[in-house]
Ligand binder design. Sequence first.
Ligand SMILES: [Zn+2]
Length: 408
Amino acid sequence: MEMNTTILERARAYRDDTARVLSDLVKITSYSGKEEAVCRRIVEMCEEYGFDEVRIDGLGSVVARVGKGPKKLAIDGHVDTVEVGDPDAWNKDPFSGDIAGGLVYGRGTSDQKGGAAAMITAGRMLKELGYDGEFSVYFTFTVMEEDCDGMCWKYLIEEEGLKPDFIVSTEPTSCRLYRGHRGRMEMMARLKGVSSHGSAPERGVSAAYKAARAALAMEKLNEDLQPDDDNFLGKGTIVVSQVDVKGPSQCAVPDQAMLYLDRRLTWGEDADLAISQVKRYMAEAVGDPEDEIEVTMPDYTKRGWRDADYGQELYFPTWKIPEEHEVVQAGIAAYESLYGKRPVVDKWTFSTNLVASTGRHKVPAIGFGPGDEDQAHAPNEITRVEDLEICSAFYAMLPYALEVGAKA
Ligand SMILES: [Zn+2]
């Protein structure tokens, strides 16, 4: 029997098991930085299915390997979730993990424990098939993504030396094949004024009025931003998300202003460019030299469940892989061999761990995952059991398709 048929049959046979694995994972609350219990459960499951190596890294992510080939393929799913929000907005317990009518219910079903469940079944199938090909297939169940996307992969690559040849994110794509998303960064801009008594504003220079002009300059910058060359990712954006103005008293001209900025980056835009744009637009608007306007990226410093001393600046670089790249083509071939038609090729609106592996470290990547992006962070989150089956087959097929692609 052909490998694609074997994999399809097994994915179908394990469909209910995959749904039950997801249900189990949903029942274990795992907010960012508090993933220990869900990670321990995943270790148990991977060991039960005979994965070749299962370990927990220094930051707290589970790394489970099948195969021992010289090349490395990583299939990644984050196992933290956002919180519930208003509990009254939920029709049932957010952690019920109920399975009914072809759906699995609860926080994290789409974003993205469904991906993790499909990965576990894929590894189980590869073990049963005796996969012994060119790849070591790493299934990574990663932590703290919702707080600081990609930090877990920055850690795996820079601290643990696990740099794969290819990576797949299993964040929700509705079983479409994704090949990019915009990056993002956060910035703080600081402007200085000269304080004076509130009764004599003409003696001072107001940091508040500078902040107002600087904010309007960001509105102008947002309008001036351009899409990427082929308009695949669209244009970047900038938003003033907070403004803070201070002075010696409430009866004084303020001398300090801070603007907090959210910047989405399209292809070709990076941190240096974004910072220089902010300085230029603000300098022109407020009449200060550019070097007097301080623009910095704040750091993320929260500790995870293993209490590792690790952080990074709030910079999440853009990634985009050309459609003709071998990893995109292998993804298309894997899908076609299973389902007899081409997958839809598109992009995410939100950001994923691929900002680190691919935006920062240039590992060729694709995205393919169960569930819908618009379920992420929403009340009454669900995913489809059908998608879990499709994705488990896709992940198991991919190492074979990559090998065929390399030989073609
Ligand atoms: Zn996610």
